[in-house]
Write a protein that binds this ligand. Structure first.
Ligand code: ZN
Ligand code: ZN
Length: 228
């Protein structure tokens, strides 16, 4: 089967279904979004039990909120980096600081919303705890790997496919209410760390970038922004 990538819009998040020999899901959206996922599975003719792996790009609530429900529905294993594992498993509140004027403003607006959403999710159990080493996806029927790309959070990871498609979570933002054009995130624990992670990532032959918020865009945009 040829590689297929299906974006799934979940509120302000974009999650991605990747189908090759097997099916994996990147990110799990905010809490209580299981119906949105079920509609997407129907639309793309994917049976829930075909999904064997859910990769969480980091531990913020808008990326892990429905992970436990999705695990129950699909039987998939959940992968998250060790540095962000507790955010998911213990439902800890985390919201990286605004690193642009707009980001600082949005942080003030959104932080209380996220704080109040959080108690409604029950943490789940992660099955695969990632570290600094690359994690191959071949066991799940997908040609590619998970790479540690810290900066937005210290446990942020990216999924890089051999096809040149890179799923980067909040290493990049695109579209309102984050940015009007694609580029670096407006929120980050360590924006210099984000830039360093990009420099490492852009050494690979990446063609298309799939952000955790907004639509895919050409890798050239990030090469220009980072001066690579
Ligand atoms: Zn985040
Ligand atoms: Zn996010």
């Amino acid at each position: 089967m040829s590689l297929q990538i299906f974006p799934v819009k979940v509120g302000i998040n974009t999650c991605y279904l990747i189908r090759h020999e097997g099916v994996i899901l990147i990110d799990a959206g905010g809490p209580n979004k299981i119906k949105t996922f079920q509609r997407a599975f129907d639309k793309f003719s994917i049976r829930p039990d075909e999904i064997k792996l859910i990769v969480l790009t980091h531990g913020d609530v808008d990326h892990v909120g429905s992970a436990a429900d999705l695990k129950e529905l699909t039987g998939a294993r959940i992968a998250i980096h060790k540095n962000d594992k507790d955010l998911f498993e213990k439902s800890l509140h985390n919201f990286p600081a605004g690193v642009t004027k707009w980001g600082k403003f949005m942080h003030v607006i959104l932080n209380p919303v996220l704080k109040n959403v959080l108690p409604r999710i029950s943490g789940g159990k992660a099955d695969i705890i990632l570290d600094e080493n690359d994690y191959p996806l071949s066991d799940f029927g997908v040609q590619g790997k998970i790479i540690h790309t810290p900066g937005h959070t210290s446990g942020s990871i990216s999924v890089l496919l051999d096809s040149g498609d890179a799923f980067v979570g909040c290493m990049a933002h695109n579209n309102f209410p984050f940015r009007l054009k694609p580029g670096l995130p407006i929120f980050a624990d360590d924006i210099e760390g984000v830039k360093q992670s990009w420099k490492r990532l852009l050494k690979y032959d990446i063609k298309t970038i799939y952000p955790g918020h907004g639509n895919p865009f050409p890798a050239e945009v990030m090469r220009r922004e980072l001066g690579e």
